[in-house]
Design a protein around this ligand. Structure first.
Ligand SMILES: [Zn+2]
Length: 114
C-alpha cells in the first residue's frame, strides 16, 4: 500500500527532526493534494497503525486536502483538475502545468514537553 510507505516516511522525518526524548507531538497538520491520489482515510489508518513510537503516540493527524489546479500554456487558462492527465477544457491541449494539487507536505506540527 502506497499510503503505508508515505505514513512511515512522515514519521521518520519527524523522528529525525525531533530527537529530544522529552518531546511528544500532539498535532500534525498535513497538506495532501488531490492529484497525489492518496486517500486521506487510508493515510490516517496507516498512520494509526504505525504510532508505536513515543514521539507520535498521542499525535492527532489532521489532513488538509488541496484541490487540483492546472494551467494551460497554450491559452493561459487556469482550471480545476480532477485527475493528473486531463486536457484543457478551453482549447483541448493535453499536458498542462500543475499549479497546485500535487503537494504532500507537513505544514506544521505541535510539540509539547513531557
Ligand atoms: Zn488551453
Amino acid at each position: 500500500m502506497h499510503e503505508l510507505s508515505i505514513a512511515s516516511s512522515i514519521i521518520d522525518s519527524l523522528k529525525a527532526k525531533f530527537q529530544d526524548e522529552r518531546l511528544q507531538i500532539t498535532e500534525i497538520n498535513l497538506q495532501v493534494g488531490k492529484l497525489t491520489c492518496l486517500l486521506p482515510e487510508s493515510l490516517q489508518f496507516c498512520f494509526d497503525s504505525l504510532r508505536q513510537d513515543k514521539l507520535v503516540k498521542n499525535a492527532t493527524l489532521k489532513i488538509e486536502t488541496i484541490n487540483g489546479t492546472g494551467f494551460c500554456q497554450e491559452c493561459n487558462e487556469k482550471y480545476p483538475m480532477e485527475a493528473l492527465y486531463t486536457v484543457c477544457p478551453k482549447c483541448q491541449t493535453p499536458g498542462m502545468e500543475i499549479v497546485q494539487g500535487n503537494e504532500l507536505k507537513i505544514k506544521s506540527v505541535e510539540v509539547e514537553d513531557v
